[in-house]
Design a protein around this ligand. Structure first.
Ligand SMILES: [Fe+2]
Ligand SMILES: [Fe+2]
Length: 459
């Protein structure tokens, strides 16, 4: 996969280039809208090609974007990626190409092949395949496909694609689950139908997320399926418009379940009984507990409560979004990471997941202020890499609350009776988090559960 960084703020050019680069080179295109943001991005990502505008307007200021990026590349210690500047720029010291701002698409693709040294064979490899793989989970919230859907047959030799779901055919989750039982993991849609399929998938899934008047278990199952789709949409670290819509609807649904919920125990049971991932279940639990705990911390007015709660939900939703498998998310210390039977790539992902998730939300439009920092620090490390040995004082109150709620949510998911008891878990938490700032959050959580038990003694 080729990662391309595009530095541009004109929506028209962005659209044309994103489309051309993904169909022609199968590329993932990251967009930044200023030199400073692009440089920040380049510090954390390895990029195969940069395409930058010569100048960008920011309000009434004109930035010499191309020149700034070239200067940054010139200073880089390692070999800089090739760069194409749209417009005019003068710079000496490194090689670069320019193209006029009103270029034709085929001009720029030819230039890209040249600067990246791509041969005909390379191009064959890079081009989007004729049939695009769609994970089975994407179909959970769909009832009708807008295009024909195929399966691939023949493991060896030439691949053949056979129609399985016809355009317009109705189906439900149980049909998809039957395919899963038979060992199928992906369907395929023809590449020319991909966009129509994805648009439709979003529409149907979001409609399901927004359907009111469901039982707790039903809402939880829909949100859990949607979470899986979101993980799939974000796994290449790119926040598409589809992903934004789907994540937003998912978070709104999570909040709605919590707000409409009369007894904490009912929703709690629905989440704990859900068959979805640990990542999803602990996120929803953090939202459930946080809703009751934040007011007890007396952080301020109702308006501030709403802002804080929105931030907590956002962090809960995104912090482990890249860990799709339970065996990855259960690793919570250096020691466990060292001992785990994981590939090098999986170890890298586990170790970096906080930092990577924080990079994802930086691309998310209007993310709550400071949420990226809490996500980066959720394992106690300020750079978001690895796991802290001990819990520090220097974190914000919201980070601390999050760490406490997450720990509790995890322990409730793994609750084993008669070995575990809620008072036992609290004692364990008091030993694990001896600092007074953590104690405050723990006490607020305790108070929440005590009042909950008083109101609903049957639990
Ligand atoms: Fe987590
Ligand atoms: Fe995590």
């Amino acid at each position: 996969m080729i990662n391309i960084l595009l530095i541009e703020n004109d929506p028209g050019t962005m659209d044309i280039l994103q489309h051309a680069l993904s169909t022609e080179f199968g590329a993932v295109v990251f967009v930044e809208e200023s030199a400073a943001e692009a440089i920040k991005f380049l510090k954390d990502h390895s990029i195969r090609l940069i395409i930058s505008r010569d100048k960008l307007e920011h309000g009434d200021q004109i930035e010499n974007t191309g020149h700034k990026i070239l200067s940054y590349l010139y200073e880089m210690s390692e070999k800089p990626p090739p760069i194409i500047v749209m417009g005019e720029v003068e710079f000496s010291g490194i090689e670069f190409e320019t193209i006029s701002t009103n270029f034709k698409v085929d001009k720029i693709t030819t230039l890209i092949k040249k600067v990246m040294g791509l041969s005909k064979e390379d191009m064959e490899q890079l081009k989007m395949p004729d049939y695009i793989s769609i994970p089975l989970g994407h179909f959970y919230l769909m009832n009708v496909s807008p295009v024909d859907v195929y399966i691939k047959i023949g493991k060896k030799g030439p691949k053949q694609f056979v129609k399985r779901i016809l355009k317009g055919d109705e189906f439900d989750k149980s049909v998809i689950e039957r395919y899963e039982k038979d060992g199928l993991v992906e369907f395929f849609v023809p590449k020319e139908d991909r966009i129509l399929f994805m648009d439709n998938l979003m529409e149907q899934s979001i409609a399901k997320l927004k359907s009111g008047d469901l039982k707790e278990e039903e809402s939880v199952e829909i949100i859990s399926d949607a979470y899986e789709i979101n993980q799939e949409l974000l796994k290449d670290m790119k926040v598409s418009e589809h992903a934004v819509k789907m994540c937003r609807a998912s978070m709104e649904s999570m909040v709605a379940t919590v707000q409409n919920n009369k007894k904490m125990a009912t929703l709690l049971r629905a989440i704990l009984n859900n068959k979805g991932s640990y990542a999803y279940r602990h996120s929803h639990l953090i939202c459930l507990f946080g809703y009751e705990v934040i007011p007890k911390l007396q952080w301020g007015s109702l308006e501030q409560f709403q802002q804080n709660y929105e931030k907590l939900v956002f962090v809960a939703f995104f912090h482990d979004i890249l860990l799709a498998e339970d065996r990855l998310i259960e690793i919570e210390s250096k020691r466990q990471l060292y001992d785990a039977d994981l590939s090098e790539e999986e170890k890298q992902l586990v170790s970096n997941h906080a930092n990577l998730a924080s990079t994802i939300v930086q691309q998310y439009p209007k993310s709550p202020n400071g949420a990226d920092v809490i996500i980066r620090q959720h394992h106690g490390q300020s750079n978001g890499v690895g796991f802290a040995e001990s819990y520090k004082i220097g974190l914000s109150a919201m980070s601390i609350l999050f760490i406490v709620l997450e720990y509790f949510a995890g322990r409730i998911i793994k609750f084993e009776s008669p070995k575990d008891s809620v008072p036992g878990i609290f004692q364990e938490m008091e030993e694990k988090f001896p600092l007074s700032t953590y104690r405050k959050a723990i006490n607020a959580l305790k108070e929440t559960l005590i009042s909950e038990v008083k109101e609903n003694p049957e639990k």
